[in-house]
Design a binder for this molecule. Structure first.
Ligand SMILES: Nc1ncnc2c1ncn2[C@@H]1O[C@H](COP(=O)(O)OP(=O)(O)OP(=O)(O)O)[C@@H](O)[C@H]1O
Length: 576
């Protein structure tokens, strides 16, 4: 075992290694949050926004790169977190997602001897007695487990109807690692929840709880096997969708044996075209299948990244006239849409379809995205304006509108949306993730794809389900206003992403004006004491821990001066 903190340990983490790992995560978070706070809050206060703006891309890249290094070093849940963020394809700047993308394929493999030992202790038999053969070279080394190809014994293969399987075996010691990572990440979420700019927008501990619940479910492979079967049942009537069969007999909490369904990756356009499959059709079908899960089944694949979807060409047309199937794998992260949320989502889609601004606001309230206190008059007015101006035209026509008019409108609309108090209700994070990933994958498969066109048939389906007087409006006007709906999840998703990055810099000047001078004085005294302590700690630390000492001196210096001399600064005006 090399690095005692590393996540590829062959045995449970020692208490010392667990502590070191925990501290390393916290140290990383503290340093980068401090730097974000410095650049995004302190410098703008001194009128130095230009420094923050000029350096933003480079800084975020640097954070992403050092996060990637830490995640690869420690493995475990940090990889999951990185993957979680890297898949915000259409939200985060490309520089950052690119940095984090490496996490999809760079996870170091565990020696097969250790993997074999884990599998044999779970199965209670030598691998040779269970399988006809097992490949020692991994097919994939994922964050929590490692995948090896194997062949079933003849008897089992005959019974199940397939012989080639993949074994997903958990990395040794992963339980302990997940525990430590979760407690460190919970602590970081606790810090975030104390930052007003973040907690006004997102409940970081609740988001963390959701992430934790998902991760804990993911390390129980029996849960994943059950998810695969439930997913398959939901699509029993849809011959387009295929799910790998589970070999229950050989599966345990830590070993999952599934049919090997390796095929063309959904984003491998050359391979698709080579076998005569039209990528545009694949994108449309994929979106439709994902919407079915979210809006109709209420049970959806929450990690539909390109590595988890294969396209299987059929040798000849099947009885339904199809020439290919879509196979999903990796059912570890699934989302559930409780019936109340499902109804609210449908209401919103239908309201958008019938160009009903007030209905749309109601739907958003029902979803819980808008806090009950939100003053939505402006939003309602803006939505009505959107529907009036852009509602009756197709997406193609929309693109012919004068870009200046469109831009002005989008800006105005963004300001209204930004001023509203949003929150992220339970279960909603995964819905946003799934929709955002779906739109990202579809755009990679077909650059002309727009989620609006794909969602149209859904509104029709949903209207049939929900009924009501919207049908008339729907028939009269056609479905042309859904681009707005398509944009809203992105907006919310971008807020989450920015909250995750500690990047939210929204300010409320009205609120600040109302702060009394007494409160300001108290705040300054507290700041002076706090930053004074940081500054002195930095001075004391400097001779031994130069890096940390410098960081402390730098981040506490200016706020300390500000706390002590704010009046002088105010009299002289902002710094140039
Ligand atoms: N049934 C299968 N058939 C073929 N290949 C598979 C199958 N299951 C898994 N794989 C391969 O193993 C890789 C990792 O498997 P999987 O995605 O289930 O693991 P994971 O730990 O949940 O990964 P991720 O970190 O991507 O969420 C897949 O990307 C795929 O290449």
């Amino acid at each position: 075992m090399g690095n005692p903190e590393a996540g590829i340990a062959s045995e449970p983490l020692s208490a010392r290694a667990a502590r070191a790992r925990y501290r390393r995560i916290l140290r990383f978070a503290a340093l980068h949050l401090a730097s974000l706070w410095w650049f995004e809050l302190v410098l703008p206060r001194f009128g130095l926004n230009s420094i923050a703006n000029k350096t933003r891309t480079k800084r975020l890249q640097r954070i992403a790169r050092s996060f990637q290094k830490l995640a690869l070093d420690l493995s475990g849940l940090l990889i999951k977190l990185g993957q979680f963020m890297s898949t915000r394809l259409d939200i985060l700047p490309a520089e950052i997602t690119k940095e984090l993308e490496g996490l999809q394929d760079e996870v170091p493999a565990v020696d097969f001897a250790l993997i074999r030992a884990m599998a044999e202790s779970e199965l209670g038999l030598p691998l040779e007695q269970v399988f006809a053969s097992v490949e020692s070279t991994p097919l994939a080394a994922a964050s929590l487990g490692q995948v090896h190809r194997a062949v079933l014994s003849d008897g089992e293969a005959a019974e199940l109807g397939f012989a080639n399987v993949v074994l997903k075996i958990q990395r040794p010691g992963i339980d302990g690692i997940v525990k430590v990572d979760l407690s460190a990440l919970r602590r970081v979420a606790g810090w975030l929840s104390r930052i007003r700019l973040v907690n006004r927008r997102a409940d970081a501990p609740a988001l963390m709880d959701e992430f934790a619940a998902t991760c804990l479910e993911e390390i129980d492979y029996l849960n994943e096997a059950a998810n695969a079967e439930r997913f398959a049942e939901n699509f029993a009537d849809n011959p387009r969708v295929r799910v790998p069969g589970v070999v229950w007999e050989q599966s345990t909490r830590r070993v999952l044996v599934q049919e090997d369904v390796t095929n063309i990756k959904i984003t491998d356009l050359d391979a698709l075209r080579a076998v005569g499959i039209d990528p545009a059709q694949v994108a449309d079908e994929f979106a439709a299948i994902m919407f079915d899960q979210v809006f109709i089944h209420g049970f959806f694949h929450a990690d539909p990244h390109p590595g988890n979807i294969f396209i299987q060409p059929l040798e000849k047309e099947d009885e339904f006239g199809q020439t290919w199937r879509m196979t999903f794998i990796d059912f570890g992260m699934m989302g559930e849409v409780p019936s109340s949320l499902g109804k609210a989502l449908r209401t919103t889609v239908i309201a958008a379809a019938s160009r009903d601004g007030a209905g749309m606001v109601d739907g958003m309230r029902e979803i819980g995205v808008l806090m009950p206190s939100a003053d939505t008059v402006e939003l309602e007015r803006a939505l009505t304006k959107v529907f009036d101006r852009f509602g009756g035209i197709s997406f193609v026509e929309l693109q012919t509108i004068d870009p200046r008019e469109f831009k002005a409108f989008v800006n105005e609309f963004s300001d209204i949306v930004r001023a509203l108090p949003f929150q992220f209700p339970e279960n909603f994070l995964l819905v946003i993730r799934a929709i955002s990933l779906t739109s990202g994958v579809c755009s990679s498969v077909n650059p002309q794809f727009n989620i609006w066109n794909a969602i149209e048939p859904y509104s029709a389906k949903l209207i049939k389900t929900e009924g009501g007087n919207v049908i008339e409006a729907f028939l009269r006007d056609g479905l042309t206003s859904l681009s707005l709906l398509a944009r809203l999840p992105k907006r919310v998703d971008s807020l989450i992403t920015r909250a995750e990055l500690g990047q939210l810099t929204l300010r409320n000047p009205e609120l600040e004006k109302r702060t009394s001078s007494l409160a300001r004085a108290v705040r300054r005294v507290i700041s002076a004491v706090l930053f004074g302590v940081f500054f002195i700690s930095g001075l004391l630390m400097f001779p031994t821990e130069q890096d940390l000492g410098t960081v402390l001196l730098v981040i506490s210096g200016v706020p300390l001066l500000h706390a002590l001399f704010a009046d002088v600064i105010a009299r002289r005006g902002p710094l140039p």
